[in-house]
Structure formats: C-alpha cells, structure tokens
Write a protein that binds this ligand. Structure first.
Ligand code: PAZ
Length: 346
C-alpha cells in the first residue's frame, strides 16, 4: 500500500468510527503529563495493555473479547518506571494495573493478605517484605508523578487514544517509546454496519433485513440473526502500525508484540512485521509459554530468545531489562553492555 492509500484508510476509519467520550479529557491529561516530563528531560513510554473488545451492537450487550489480562503491560510498566521512564499506561478498563496487580485478579482476595491485630488491620507477617517492596516503589512513583493511567474498552476507543497520544508524543523525538503489548482485535464491526439494539434470537423480534438504518440498499448489519443462526461478518481493522511509524511518531522507538499459538510461524511472522512496518523491535510470544519466554526480533540483534525459569512465572516476564538496553542503542547511547538480557531481574 502506498502512503496516500494508507492515509485514506486512516481518514476513512476515524471519520466513520466516532471518538470515545473521554478522548478530550485523555488528551488534556496526556498533554500536561508529556509536557512536564519533556521539560525534565525524561523519556516517556506509552505502554498499551489488555485486550480490545469488538461490540456487536451500539447499545452494547454482546461483544467479542480476547484472553489478555494485561499482565505483560502492567508488569512492564513497573520495570519502565524503575528505569526512570515516565509511563502512559493505556489499558483495557479493569485489566491489571502496575503495582496493584500483585494483589488483584488473584485466586486470593486482597483481604487474605491482612489480619486483625488489637482492633487494627495489619499485613500478615509472611507478606510484609514483598508488600513493603511494592509499596515503596508505588510511593516513589506517585511522589514523582510518573504514571498516567488511561483506559479503553473497544477497538475504536483504543485506536483513537493511541493516535492522539502518539501525536502528542511526537515532539519528544527519540525520547518517546511505544510499547504495544495490548491484544488488539484484527476484525471489527464498523459503526455504519452496527445495529442499535440488542440482537434478537427470535425472528419475530429481529430488526429489519436491510442495513442497520433499515434501508434495503445498505449492506446488512455485520452481526445479525438469519433463521436461528447468529451471523457475524466482521471487517478487517486497518493496520495503523505503518501510520504510527511514518506519520504519528516518526522519531520514536516502536516496539510491537506478536502473539501466535503455532511455534513454527512465530519468528517468521515477527520478521515479516519488522520488515513490513520498519520499526525497531518485534517481541514474539506464544500463548502457552508467554509468561516465561519471548523472542526479540530486531535488525540490531536479529533473533534473540529470553527465558526465565517457569516456576517464577507468577511474577510474569516482561523483557523490559533487555529492551531498555536496546532502546539505548536505538537512541544512540554508547554503553552496549546494557543490551545483555538479564533475565534474573525479571
Ligand atoms: O496480557 P497478557 O499478559 O495476558 O498477554 C500479553 C500478550 C500476549 C497480549 C502480549 O504479550 C502480546 O503479544 N500482545 C500482542 C498480541 C497480538 O496482537 O499479536
């Protein structure tokens, strides 16, 4: 696709799929955050995390979702903060958050970490050390105001937020990083093919057989009942990585993720993505092993696997240590010793 076709696809998408209600607020928050950290000469990373939904109805009762819990994104955000970055954490609402992830979405309730002592709530002895460590990091991050949390639910909300925040980060030049760990839908229901109301299972109550607005000339709704079956006819989400690399943030370091289930195609697809979009790094991972191994595919270092012992997977491997080194290299820093992946730190 040439540049003008890609621009036309962008314009078509954003004209036809309206922005989320909180976009203006998000832009205001992000502008202030980026401006402040730019003044202080800090690097800023946008971490995307969690899965996007694909609503089937405008008044959404049903939607398509994916598996992502946001573990990679939330964990990585903590590591970026430890390495001095300011982090914009664009995450799926209610998915894991940095720091609190240690005590949420768990098989245990956070109350299981507490006990009553002399009429006061205190942390159980065996959790003191770990919780103190997390609390200290959290307190320092808050004191320095280095974490901005934004959220999305749908694919369209995600893309609007990504585009607007990326444009705001453009003046940061090579001090901007994009770490795209969110699991983003490849297919969606465009607004003009979405029915307003809940899809009915009974033909008796189904909406007209024409388009979402009732006209016979329109395409039928992308999700509809036909007879007793639910038909879902999704359209591809335009690939905006090219736009991010070439247009929205041309000087930023861009790291994308590639998830596969078939080990035999993972590296090939990561390489394909790197060649196609010409960004800095693709981190490949497999659904079943993603918590303890990833493969870095970059022009600087070729293919490099990073692994942590499986029994430490509850902390979730992020790979940020290695990547920060690579970011230094990409930004032209001399100290190449940083590029050695130190899996022990993860
Ligand atoms: O959120 P999580 O920790 O459960 O999973 C992380 C991940 C597998 C979503 C991420 O590492 C990733 O590969 N994201 C990109 C997925 C893709 O669209 O290919």
């Amino acid at each position: 696709m040439d540049a003008s076709t890609i621009e036309a696809a962008e314009s078509h998408y954003f004209t036809n799929n309206p922005p989320p209600k909180d976009l203006k607020v998000n832009i205001t928050l992000a502008r202030e955050f980026i401006g402040r950290h730019a003044e202080e000469g800090r690097r800023v990373v946008l971490v995307t995390s969690g899965g996007t939904t694909v609503p089937l109805e405008s008044q959404t009762v049903r939607y398509i979702d994916n598996f992502s819990a946001g573990t990679r994104g939330a964990t990585s955000a903590e590591y970026f903060l430890q390495h001095g970055y300011a982090v914009i954490f664009l995450h799926r609402q209610f998915s894991l958050l940095p720091y609190s992830r240690h005590y949420s979405h768990n098989t245990r309730s956070f109350l299981d970490f507490m006990k009553e002592e002399d009429g006061r709530v205190v942390v159980e002895e065996q959790h003191q050390e770990e919780m103190l460590r997390v609390l200290r990091q959290y307190t320092e991050m808050k004191r320095e105001n280095k974490l901005l949390i934004l959220s999305f639910v749908t694919i369209t909300e995600y893309l609007w937020d990504l585009r607007e925040v990326a444009k705001l980060m453009r003046p940061l030049g090579p001090k901007a990083m994009f770490y795209l760990a969110a699991a983003v839908s490849d297919f969606f229901v465009p607004q003009d093919r979405m029915v307003e109301h809940k899809i009915q299972s009974s033909v008796q109550f189904s909406q007209s057989s024409g388009g979402p607005n009732g006209s016979k000339n329109e395409k039928p709704p992308a999700a509809r009942t036909e007879g007793r079956s639910l038909i879902i006819d999704l359209e591809p989400v335009p690939k905006f990585l090219k736009q991010l690399v070439d247009g929205w943030a041309p000087e930023g370091m861009i790291v994308s993720f590639k998830l596969e289930t078939d080990p035999s195609i993972l590296v090939k697809k990561a390489q394909y993505s790197l060649n196609k979009y010409a960004h800095h790094l693709v981190i490949g991972n497999l659904l079943l092993t993603r918590k303890w191994e990833v493969v870095f595919v970059s022009n600087l270092e070729g293919e490099k696997w990073i692994r942590v012992p499986r029994n430490r997977r509850t902390k979730s491997f992020s790979g940020v240590e290695s990547m920060v080194g690579l970011a230094d290299l990409a930004a032209g820093k001399k100290d190449e010793s940083n590029t050695q992946g130190n899996a022990d730190h993860e």
